[in-house]
Write a protein that binds this ligand. Structure first.
Ligand code: SAH
Length: 243
């Protein structure tokens, strides 16, 4: 197996995406985390069209230019919207069923892990959307992430990524923070998913506040800009190479 791809039998989100694409409806896509109560991702939202997307995502699609890479593209909703705008986009995902759906929808999609060095670039815009920072997994992986971005970006190119600051989840009613500074960063969340009988392995998903992102970007040769802030601690950032 190539680096870090999902097996079909352990790809609940891909199975949900495939069902929805195939039948126009899907069951519950359940999300578990030791840090939170059980939750659910409404599968139809993974097929959102441009008009249904949050403003941060629409802004990212409007800004994307040149040769675009949609990372962790899922159903391919952003790639399809970009194609409709006449833009040139390629999509990657580690989910075989998602890639299959994208191919059947006419998206130029590949089954590739972002961190697989055999995948080479030449992109002007790298899009990471729907808390796109999640794919980085942890702060410890930040250096590897920026190294990959340097490998994949053309000179002058940029990464457009959305994320959110989970600080509000740990705030006391009086506004004081309940964060244990000795513990892992509060935005490193462990999740697992289930769709019907298909259970995925647990994975780490990184939510990063803008200040921390800005700090790591400058450490690893990038400039961060806050493009816009959303309604609930979420934001869109633009990362460009400085060296
Ligand atoms: N961007 C899509 C899907 C978000 S869900 C949307 O906004 O609707 C996150 C997606 O990232 C999943 O499809 C998952 O399979 C994929 N993914 C997770 N880790 C990845 C990695 N290392 N490389 C490429 N894709 C990854």
């Amino acid at each position: 197996m190539s680096l870090g791809l999902l097996e079909v039998g352990k790809d609940p989100m891909g199975a949900a995406i495939y069902d929805f694409f195939d039948k126009g409806k899907a069951g519950k896509l359940r999300v578990f985390s030791p840090q939170f109560d059980e939750d659910e991702i409404p599968v139809e939202t993974l097929f959102r069209e441009y008009d249904e997307m949050p403003e941060l995502e629409r802004k990212a699609l409007d800004m994307a230019y040149g040769r675009i890479l949609d990372v962790g593209a899922g159903s391919g909703c952003h790639s399809i919207a970009l194609q409709d705008m006449g833009k040139q986009v390629e999509a990657i995902d580690i989910s075989p069923l998602s890639v299959k759906v994208m191919e059947e929808s006419g998206v130029n999609a590949s089954l590739v892990n972002l961190f697989d060095h055999s995948f080479v670039g030449g992109y002007d815009t790298i899009l990471m959307l729907m808390n796109g920072s999640g794919i980085i997994g942890s702060l410890q992986n930040m250096e590897a992430f920026f190294t990959r971005m340097k490998e994949l970006l053309n000179p002058g190119g940029c990464v457009l990524m959305d994320s959110s600051d989970l600080k509000y989840l740990f705030e006391d009613e009086d506004g004081s923070m309940l964060i244990d500074l000795a513990a892992d960063y509060y935005g490193e969340i462990e999740f697992s998913m289930q769709y019907k009988q298909i259970k995925g392995d647990p994975f780490k998903w990184l939510y990063i506040d803008y200040e921390t992102l800005n700090f790591y970007a400058s450490q690893f040769g990038f400039k961060a800009e806050l493009v816009c802030a959303g309604e609930h601690y979420d934001y869109l950032a633009k990362l460009t190479m400085t060296v």
